[in-house]
Design a protein around this ligand. Sequence first.
Ligand code: XMP
Length: 517
Amino acid sequence: PVLVVDFGAQYAQLIARRVREAHLYSEVVPHTMPAQEILAKNPAAIVLSGGPSSVYADGAPELDAALLDAGVPVFGICYGFQAMVGALGGTVEHTGLREYGATQAQIEDTASTLFNGQPPEQSVWMSHGDSASKAPEGLRVTATTPGAAVAAIEDDERKLYGVQWHPEVMHSTFGQRVLENFLLRGAGLEADWTPKAMVEELVEDVRERVGDARAICALSGGVDSSVAGALVQRAIGDQLTCVFVDHGLLRAGEAEQVKQDFVDATGVDLVVIDAADQFLDALAGVSDPEQKRKIIGREFIRVFEQAARDVVTDRGDEQHPVKFLVQGTLYPDVVESGGGTGAANIKSHHNVGGLPDDLQFTLVEPLRLLFKDEVRQVGTELGVPDGIVQRQPFPGPGLGIRIVGEVTRERLSILRAADLIAREELTAAGLDGEIWQCPVVLLADVRSVGVQGDGRTYGHPIVLRPVSSEDAMTADWTRLPYDVLARISGRITNEVPDVNRVVLDVTSKPPGTIEWE
Ligand code: XMP
């Protein structure tokens, strides 16, 4: 793999993603992993990520020079670049000057490995306090910026490269080209991480792990669990049973649709369990988001445990109890639940952080190293129909985390009605492809005054949260056309009882998350 050494910035995952966009398999490893261990993973190339603002800061992570001497091509980015300059004997100055945001880089050699085929001036995204002022011996300076005399270094002999800016962000116009030039020209790698290769490798992994044991898959009807289910079915056939739990927190028509679409397409063995009462009872009186997530996660597992016993009994095959639970956990879920490397726990995604300690299954998460777009490619490769593969994300805890306040049956039916209207109108306007998803949120504990019909009402606001995103790690609010917003608002306030106001969420992520809870 191409290993991205995470120096603690939120950019490491993004770099890994960009490497995969170049069709090379990549993984993130923590900077605390000893160099020997990193090298034992046999990296085809190493990328050192950005990190804290200063190599001089207290407790700033160090770079083990052994990584640079191993004959493995290395590309340092921002902090990684400075750490590299320092480790190789160059000078990094604590100038106290900060360069932050877009700036122009002057490319000194447009025939160099990194900048081949690019214009002599390009816009790059900077975020640094210290600056490299003298390149290490043997490394050529191939770019400068107004704030950094040494902004890019290259050594084709030892295959060491680095840039002061962030090539992984969109604002660096030629960023992806620079990264690809490192990977393909500098490191000489072959772009072979294709959907077909991904499927073969993942299927093989699952077979090896599961053997002849039985597994159940927690199917939600969303892209991730559907693709995970289809993948595991490809690997172990009818040793797999998919379980769809109706937890009472689904949107209108969802359960029926899953049954139809997924079973038709894959022919998997599907069990549908109606557990609405169990979930809603457990959620009664709870309004804290993290507590809701934990409860939902816990109940899911309880339901699956029972389902697993039933599958075995139904088949009369007591020799092969269910050992594995398949989940469609993705890389961003893993990272955001603090399962990444030093990343903060933002939310307990129910399929990662919300699992009980006494879990009776071994988890199989075949997609846990993939990003959403890769999952879609894998799904298509497996023959999962477009209707499922292109479906917008819907969180496992469902409408339970879209009611701000306690979850009750009555509130659920209000939210369901509003959500259906928003979905209908967005689809009718042909906007499904443009938005990543549009959570519809009920502010159940907030009341606002309205005038409806002939009288005063005291109802609840509904929030529309349309977002555009590449992978849900970051997102922007989607500028929906006013006429579409007007239609949604008009219909919701007219057709849904107890709602007298529709508001639009115009927050990006960060600082807001996509869901409200
Ligand atoms: P946030 O709110 O963290 O959401 O910005 C990022 C993406 O993840 C979805 N989401 C979840 N999906 N279980 C899931 O399966 C969860 O607990 C969960 N929480 C959020 C959310 O819809 C968005 O696509």
